[in-house]
Design a protein around this ligand. Structure first.
Ligand SMILES: Cc1cc2nc3c(=O)[nH]c(=O)nc-3n(C[C@H](O)[C@H](O)[C@H](O)COP(=O)(O)O)c2cc1C
Length: 390
């Protein structure tokens, strides 16, 4: 039977992340929905990420006392309500006004960290001051001066960690995105028409002005004026020379926790640990970078083995259900990051939608653990997979 999803307006009525997605897709113009949803090229990696969570089978275990099941976690050595971090997503202001603040507020309420994208629409100082969130600052390579300035701002603002994203020396091939614009910030006629037929999105978003890039615009070359020009520079200005020596140098420049995001090979995980990373994030950027890369969850066990407890290992790409988080932890992850699952909530209903997305993942985790006969995260391990299908 074809599944029907709730696509109304009340986030409390969303029963799954898929319901929040349906709500979001009703509200957003096509080109914004594509930005949220899309993967690189044939989107094979995007699909693989989800398929990877369907195997191996889980072992239902019975007649164990599961009255008290807890998702309480420890992330970078600090207690968290569940083993989840909101992943960095650039330009979240296009989904909901002040999207970054909405994401950070929902994270704070749930007791989990918010990882802010460097190409977000609210300054990191504002996000911290207005939400008091556990703040992880994601950075892209725009050159040494920019790193130094952002590290200083992050330290002053009280960020707990810097997250260096390493899987984007060039931006993945997203042809749908180029099709939506004549050039950055100049919509194609089709996108413009889509916008006009989505009044709810127009009323809450662009009528208040296109959000800018406060975390990077000060560093754009002199004469770069306006949001569109900054966007063009952000795309072309990435420093492709970033290497492991520079990664180690950056680590030494930052006093807080240092995380390397975008690890897809055990040898690279080892190098990140040698460079001084406190944690690595196994990720294929939600299928948006190298199409053909394996499912993120399949890359987790070899990375966990290579790191051998010297750093925390996180996973992202494809998290849509609480059971996905349970699987990642059973394979050795300390926690997961979720990108689109949070954006679906944001685009559906702002802060309340993000809060609902987190609550759904939490409830699903607890139910899954009860059916596995496991009551706390520390007891998750390979034994939750069924021997017949291992
Ligand atoms: C709309 C969108 C924007 C993103 N922007 C960034 C970014 O600015 N920096 C970054 O490190 N990763 C970015 N990512 C990747 C996410 O941090 C994360 O790796 C990915 O979304 C995980 O996959 P999932 O969406 O299936 O959870 C973005 C992802 C999406 C969907």
């Amino acid at each position: 039977m074809k599944r029907r999803y709730y696509s109304g307006r009340d986030p409390a009525r969303a029963q799954s992340v898929a319901d929040l997605r349906a709500m979001a897709l009703r509200r957003l113009p096509g080109f914004v929905a594509e930005y949220m949803e899309g993967g690189a090229e044939e989107e094979g990696t995007l699909r693989a990420n989800r398929a990877g969570f369907a195997r191996p089978g889980l072992a239902l275990r019975v007649l164990r006392d599961v009255r008290e099941v807890s998702a309480e976690a420890s992330l970078l050595g600090q207690a968290a309500g569940l083993p989840l971090v909101i992943a960095p997503t650039g330009y979240a202001g296009i989904f909901w006004p002040e999207g970054d603040v909405m994401l950070a507020r929902a994270a704070t309420a749930a007791g989990i960290p918010f990882c802010q994208s460097m190409i977000s629409n609210t300054s990191l100082q504002d996000v911290r001051a207005r939400t008091g969130c556990r703040h992880w600052m994601q950075v892209y390579p725009f050159g040494r001066d920019v790193f130094a300035a952002v590290f200083e701002a992050a330290e002053k603002a009280g960020s707990e960690a810097v997250v260096l994203t390493v899987d984007g020396p060039v931006i993945g091939n997203r042809d749908w995105d180029r099709r939506s614009y004549r050039r950055p910030f100049s919509l194609s006629p089709r996108s413009f028409a889509e916008m006009l037929t989505h009044p709810r999105w127009i009323a809450s978003g662009p009528m208040r002005g296109l959000p800018g890039f406060p975390n990077i615009e000060a560093y754009a070359p002199a004469g770069t004026k306006g949001t569109a020009a900054v966007a063009r520079w952000a795309v072309s200005g990435l420093d492709k020379s970033l290497d492991w020596d520079e990664c180690a140098r950056l680590r030494s420049q930052w006093r807080g926790r240092f995380i390397v995001k975008g690890i897809a090979h055990p040898d690279d995980a080892l190098r990140a640990v040698e460079a001084g990373a406190d944690a690595v994030v196994v990720s294929n950027h939600g299928g948006r970078q190298l199409d053909g890369a394996p499912a993120s969850i399949d890359l987790l066990p070899p990375v966990v083995a290579a790191v051998a407890g010297r750093a925390e290992v996180y996973l992202d790409s494809g998290i849509r259900r609480g059971a996905d988080i349970v699987r990642a932890l059973a394979l050795g992850a300390t926690g997961v990051l979720a990108g689109r699952a949070m954006l679906y909530g944001l685009a559906a209903a702002g802060e309340a939608g993000v809060a609902r997305a987190i609550a759904i993942l939490r409830e699903e985790m607890l139910r899954c653990m009860a059916l596995l006969g496991v009551t706390k995260l520390a007891d998750l391990g390979p034994h939750i997979f069924h021997p017949e299908r291992a």
